[in-house]
Every structure is written in structure tokens, then in C-alpha cells.
Design a protein around this ligand. Structure first.
Ligand SMILES: [Fe+2]
Length: 268
């Protein structure tokens, strides 16, 4: 081998060494970036015990339904907010009122979701680990208030603010019933109807008949806010109704201005 061939060989060899070293470094770096959290523990590792999870299945199922219902309420109010925002309706006060109400309903859904998480639900340890099933299934709103509202909007049957507030109150009544059903189910399993009874056999021995914490939370947090919201809506309906008696068609316009001022000053 002459000198120049040896030189070429040496250059190729050193390049190969450098490229291999870079590849190895890159491999190490990409391995480092990989998520090493495995869904199943490695051999020898122990999962936390599930004995502390003592929430009843029917409470969980009704809470899941409640989440869906809160999202349905959010959607219904979003539709009303959009209706009042249209240029040919143009009621900014009502639009803001319903958009705000929609955001509030979404926060209720998150509140129930957080509660279930706190009680050890919606995890891979649960027999139904699919988090995405939370929002699956048929509509829970058997009172059909939501479909009535959608239909009324489609057919342009919402005649103004009073109509919309009345629809919202009807929907809230359905939500209140749903919360009360949940309280009943979590309070005492014996008052459940046959159709509500779920598979308790396996866990019956360790499940308390009354879920004191959930019942307390439902009443003092969720139901309290719900009843106050209903009262607020009923008050607004009453005021607008009286304004209509005195001012006729201009009442909606005046109430809308009042509503916008009130909501803007609250937000400031
Ligand atoms: Fe709500």
C-alpha cells in the first residue's frame, strides 16, 4: 500500500469512528427523551392498594352522567349566546349572559370530574379504565329539554330574552333533578330502583351504605350553587316579565342594556 492509499484509508477510518460515536450519542440522547412511564409496573414493583376506593358504582355512574349533563347545559347556553349575538337579533347583554353561563356549566363538569379523580376514579386501576367513555353514550337528558331548545332555535321559535330565560330555567330544573337523584343514590342503596341497582355483590362487604362525604359535597357545593342559579334565573324572568307588561316590546331592549351593564360591572 502506497502512502496516499494509506492516508485515504486512515481518513475513512477516522470518519467512520466519528460517525459511530455521533450515532451512539444521538441514540443515548433520544433514549433519554423517551417517556419511560409504563402502564404496567415492572416485575417486583407493587401498585398502590385499591382498598381505599370505597365509592359506590351507582354514584360513579350518576356522576359521569352529571358531567355529560353539565356539558350539555354548556352547549345549550352556548347556542343561546350565539343566537343573541347574531346581527339580526343583536342583544349583547343576553349574549354575554349565556356565554358566561356556558363557561360556568363547563366549570361544573370539571368540578364533578375532579371529585371523581379525588375518589380514585377514572384511573387505570378502575374496572372501566377508559377515560374517553366519560363522554360517550346516549344523551342523559331524558327530559329532552336540550333537544327542545335546539329545535326551538332551529325553527326560530325563540322569541326573545324572556323565552330564552324560561328555557334555561327549565333546563336547570332538569339538572337539579339529576343532582338530587345522585344524592339519593349515594345516600342509601335501599331506596334505589331495580334499574338503578348495579353490581354491588363483589364489594358489598366493604362499601358503606351511605357515602357521607359525597352526599355532603353534593349538597353543600353542587346543589347549593344549582339552587342559587335557579333562583337568579327565576328573579330575572320575573323582572323581565313585569317590564314587558309596562314597556311592551321595548322591554327586551331595555333589559338587555341593563344586563350588559350589570355583567360588565361584575367583571370589572
Ligand atoms: Fe351546572
Amino acid at each position: 500500500m502506497d502512502y496516499s492509499a494509506m492516508k485515504t484509508y486512515a481518513v475513512v477510518l477516522s470518519l467512520f469512528v466519528v460517525v459511530s460515536a455521533v450515532n451512539e450519542k444521538e441514540q443515548q440522547f433520544s433514549n433519554h427523551l423517551k417517556c419511560n412511564l409504563e402502564s404496567k409496573p415492572s416485575e417486583g414493583e407493587i401498585l398502590p392498594t385499591t382498598d381505599w376506593i370505597d365509592i359506590k358504582d351507582e354514584c360513579v355512574n350518576l356522576a359521569r352522567k352529571q358531567i355529560r349533563m353539565e356539558f350539555e347545559a354548556a352547549l345549550a347556553y352556548f347556542q343561546l349566546g350565539a343566537y343573541f349575538s347574531q346581527y339580526d337579533t343583536n342583544r349583547p347583554g343576553f349574549a354575554k349572559f349565556f356565554f358566561d353561563a356556558s363557561t360556568e356549566e363547563r366549570s361544573h363538569a370539571i368540578k364533578v370530574f375532579d371529585y371523581l379523580l379525588m375518589r380514585g376514579q377514572l384511573t387505570t386501576y378502575h374496572p372501566d379504565p377508559q377515560l374517553h367513555t366519560l363522554l360517550m353514550g346516549t344523551s342523559t337528558n331524558k327530559s329532552t329539554e336540550l333537544s327542545k331548545l335546539s329545535e326551538a332555535l332551529k325553527k326560530k321559535e325563540v322569541k326573545g330574552g324572556l323565552d330564552a330565560l324560561n328555557m334555561a330555567l327549565k333546563y336547570e330544573v332538569a339538572v337539579t333533578r339529576s343532582i338530587k337523584r345522585m344524592i339519593k343514590a349515594c345516600e342509601n342503596e335501599e331506596v334505589l330502583s331495580e334499574s338503578d341497582k348495579l353490581s354491588l355483590e363483589k364489594d358489598e362487604a366493604r362499601v358503606a351504605p351511605n357515602d357521607y362525604h359525597m352526599v355532603d359535597w353534593l349538597i353543600t357545593d353542587l346543589l347549593d350553587e344549582q339552587l342559587r342559579g335557579q333562583r337568579e334565573l327565576a328573579g330575572r324572568i320575573s323582572t323581565l316579565y313585569k317590564m314587558k307588561e309596562g314597556y311592551g316590546v321595548i322591554a327586551d331592549f331595555l333589559y338587555d342594556k341593563k344586563l350588559l351593564e350589570e355583567l360588565n360591572s361584575k367583571a370589572a
